[in-house]
Structure formats: structure tokens, C-alpha cells
Design a protein around this ligand. Structure first.
Ligand SMILES: NC(=O)c1ccc[n+]([C@@H]2O[C@H](COP(=O)([O-])OP(=O)(O)OC[C@H]3O[C@@H](n4cnc5c(N)ncnc54)[C@H](O)[C@@H]3O)[C@@H](O)[C@H]2O)c1
Ligand SMILES: O=C(O)C(=O)C[C@]1(C(=O)O)C=C[C@@H](O)C=C1
Length: 387
């Protein structure tokens, strides 16, 4: 069980923990550890990022008077992570060092190659938790709750591995042991290629006319959320895992080619008599429906295998969607009705399409509270949208 916000929980992580890189991941982890009562030291090459993390209550800035850390977490971009790990192993001869970079094999190889005996204190890791925003300002102490945290233990001492597994558990995550190669192949499929596909899709919107964009609904928002991610960070991630990512992109290209080849003959010119005979199966190009159905069916099967909705890790928050009239005070009334229903809003977003007289308020709440809130809001006359 996570120790966050539970003062009686027994903590296994021995502090002080030094977090190097106080961006989204580093500050989220530092906030979670601080909330659990572990002393945290902070370090970053950017004084502004460091000051922000400190001001958010994530820990103390490390200086020459700080006590020696027992555990060091490197949360810098992947392309500099190995160098920072090696520097920290050298500077703190008794500390266990981990990094949270999204790629593992190349960092581990560099650390093992240059770290000598000290590299036995290094355990690469990767919390499968994050978001499309960077920097301490987007940090969240709950980020790791219920998420897998990959631990790469090849070549490390059992004590070092245990320290990193304990860290994951203490912030609410579940450690998952893998080799670096297994990890990199897995994240190519579940994280890196999905990021690129989302970006490919969103890149097409650059030249999409405004009036078409005005029609965008939840489907487009769902498939492009992560296209807002940081290009610099993701360039380092994809370059660092280029082999597995390129392999999967080639497979995707094969699927795409089959789909295009299948549907292209069904594109009928308006002058063709088949254009107005859509109800006649004979006029549909042979193979077109099969190609689409095949892809959609495989997609259904793949989507159903994603854990979370079917007994895997629970989603952190449930979303309650409510139509809010575009008038002064409406949102205030909604918030006060949610408060009167005894429900805390964990996160909030508003979707507003131009020219519409109502917006869609998306309230993130604890999953157990969602149904009761929908009923309470419905009873108070709100239009709850079931997605
Ligand atoms: N963003 C995600 O969703 C996510 C999820 C899991 C893991 N990760 C991994 O976590 C790491 C950090 O990602 P992030 O999203 O927090 O990035 P971020 O850009 O929010 O933060 C990175 C921080 O590292 C600092 N930094 C850069 N070089 C440094 C150096 N040499 N020494 C000290 N500090 C340095 C930067 O100033 C910045 O504050 C990356 O390796 C990333 O692959 C990211
Ligand atoms: O949910 C998101 O916004 C993320 O991008 C998180 C995500 C992921 O792909 O699952 C992104 C990169 C990380 O290395 C780990 C987690």
C-alpha cells in the first residue's frame, strides 16, 4: 500500500533521497516522497526548475551541507541520463542510483561500460506514469498511484534492486521486473509508437480548415492528447529506442498500405453510376469492406487486451461530463452543486467548441463517487453526458 497521505504506513525507503532533475517526473516523485515523510534533496541544472520544485514543497535544494543521500533518482532527459548516473555513482559511493528514463538498454549499457564495480549500485527503472506536459508546474504527487514501475536489475546487487522496488511501492506503484531489452520492446509498442501515431494524426490538422476543426469531438481529442508532448524530450526517447520503434513503425506501415489498397478502389467518382448506388453490394469494390472490417476487428481485439477496464490497474479518476450553459455564474453553480453532493473535484477541464451556447465540463472524480455524482447532478437539473 502507498505511504502517501497515510502517516501510519510503514515506509521501506531509506532517505535522504536525492532527486536530480526536477521536472514533471522528478518533482512528482519528490512530492510523493515528501508527503510520505521521506527527506528529499533536489538538484537541477536549471535554477528556475529547481526553485519551482522547492517552492511547491517537493524538498530541500541540495548544497554542500546536505547529508549524504542513501538513494539517488535521476529524472533528467534520457540522452543525458547515463552521464548523470555515472557522475552520481562517483560522487556518492554508498548510494543506490536509479534513473526513470523512458528508454533503458542504451543507458544501462553505458553505465555498465564506464561504471566498473560502482555500476552494481545502479538499477535502471521506468515508472509507466506521466503526462503530455513537462516541468515541475505539471507535477502531481499521485502520479504513480496504481501504475506499473519497471525495474531493470541486470548486473545490480540484490540490495540495490530492493531499494528501487521499495521506492516504487512507497509511492503507490507496482514494481515489474524486466530486462532492458524486454522493456524497450514493450514500451515501443505501448508508449513510443502510440506517441508518434498521435503526433502523425495531429500533424495533419496543421492545414485542416478552421471550420472543420470546429466540429472536433471527443474522438479526436482522445487520439491526439499526447500530441501536445514536448518534442525535445520525445526526440531523445525515440532516438534512444530507435530499433524497436522502427520495427513497429514498419509493421504499422504494412497495415496502412493494406488498408489503403483495400479502400482506394471504393473511391467512386461522382460521374460514375455506382456513386448513387451505395445500397447495391455489387457496386462496392471487392475487398474494400473486408479490409476495413479486418483492421477494425483486429483493433477491437487489441483494444480489449489493454488492462485497466478489464481487471487490470484501475484508472485513477473517473470522468463525469456535464453540459454547462455559456452564461455568467453557470460554472460556479456547477461547482457548488458538486460540493453539496459531497464530491471532491480531483481535476477539471472544459471543452468549448466555437459558436456553441454550451460547453462540456469534464469533472475528474474518484471512481467510487462518479455514479452518485451523476445522479445528484441529474436530480439538480444538469444535463449529464454519458460517454
Ligand atoms: N513525461 C513523462 O510522461 C515521463 C514518464 C515516465 C518517465 N519519463 C522520463 O523521465 C525523465 C524526465 O522527464 P520529464 O517529463 O520529467 O522531463 P522534464 O523536461 O519535465 O524535466 C527534466 C528536468 O531535467 C533537468 N535536467 C536536464 N539536464 C539535466 C542535467 N544534466 N542535470 C540535472 N538536471 C537536468 C531539466 O532542467 C528539467 O527540469 C525522462 O528521462 C523521461 O524519459 C517521462
Ligand atoms: O499518459 C501520458 O500522457 C504519457 O505520455 C505517459 C507515458 C506513456 O506513454 O504511458 C509516456 C512516457 C513515459 O515514458 C511513460 C508514460
Amino acid at each position: 500500500m502507498s505511504a502517501i497521505g497515510n502517516p501510519s504506513a510503514v515506509l521501506s525507503t531509506r532517505g535522504p533521497v536525492l532527486v536530480v532533475g526536477t521536472g514533471l517526473l522528478g518533482t512528482s516523485l519528490a512530492l510523493a516522497l515528501t508527503a510520505a515523510g521521506v527527506p528529499v534533496q533536489l538538484s537541477d541544472t536549471s535554477p528556475t526548475s529547481l526553485a519551482l520544485a522547492r517552492d511547491m514543497g517537493a524538498g530541500q535544494v541540495r548544497d554542500e551541507h546536505s547529508p549524504e543521500p542513501a538513494l539517488i533518482v535521476v529524472a533528467t532527459p534520457p540522452d543525458v541520463a547515463a552521464g548523470v548516473v555515472l557522475r552520481e555513482l562517483d560522487a556518492h559511493p554508498d548510494a543506490v542510483v536509479t534513473d526513470v528514463a523512458s528508454v533503458k538498454a542504451r543507458i544501462a549499457a553505458e553505465v555498465r561500460r564506464h561504471g566498473g564495480w560502482d555500476a552494481r549500485r545502479y538499477v535502471g527503472s521506468h515508472p509507466m506514469a506521466g503526462r503530455e506536459r513537462s516541468g515541475a508546474g505539471a507535477a502531481d504527487s499521485d502520479l504513480f498511484a496504481g501504475r506499473p514501475w519497471v525495474v531493470i536489475a541486470d548486473g545490480a546487487t540484490p540490495e540495490a534492486e530492493l531499494a528501487v522496488r521499495n521506492l516504487a511501492v512507497d509511492v503507490g506503484a507496482t514494481p515489474v521486473r524486466m530486462t532492458a531489452a524486454e522493456h524497450d520492446a514493450a514500451v515501443a509498442a505501448v508508449s513510443h509508437v502510440p506517441q508518434l501515431v498521435s503526433s502523425l494524426l495531429a500533424a495533419r490538422l496543421e492545414t485542416t480548415p478552421e471550420n472543420a476543426l470546429g466540429l472536433a469531438g471527443q474522438g479526436l481529442r482522445d487520439t491526439t492528447r499526447i500530441a501536445a508532448s514536448d518534442p525535445r524530450l520525445w526526440s531523445a526517447i525515440v532516438v534512444g529506442n530507435a530499433g524497436p520503434v522502427a520495427d513497429m513503425l514498419r509493421q504499422l506501415r504494412g497495415d496502412l498500405d493494406r488498408l489503403i489498397d483495400g479502400i482506394a478502389p471504393a473511391a467512386v467518382s461522382p460521374d460514375d453510376p455506382a456513386y448513387t448506388a451505395a445500397g447495391d453490394a455489387a457496386t462496392i469494390a471487392p475487398g474494400a469492406v473486408g479490409a476495413i472490417t479486418d483492421l477494425m476487428t483486429r483493433g477491437n481485439a487489441g483494444q480489449a487486451r489493454i488492462p485497466g477496464k478489464h481487471g487490470g490497474a484501475p484508472r485513477r479518476y473517473a470522468q463525469v461530463q456535464v453540459l454547462v450553459p455559456d452564461s455568467a455564474g453557470s460554472l460556479g453553480r456547477l461547482f457548488s452543486d458538486v460540493g453539496e453532493a459531497g464530491v471532491n473535484i480531483e481535476d477539471f477541464a472544459m471543452e468549448h467548441s466555437p459558436g456553441q451556447s454550451a460547453g462540456l465540463a469534464m469533472l475528474s472524480v474518484m471512481p467510487a463517487a462518479a455514479q452518485g455524482l451523476e445522479e445528484a447532478l441529474d436530480a439538480r437539473g444538469w444535463r449529464v453526458v454519458v460517454s
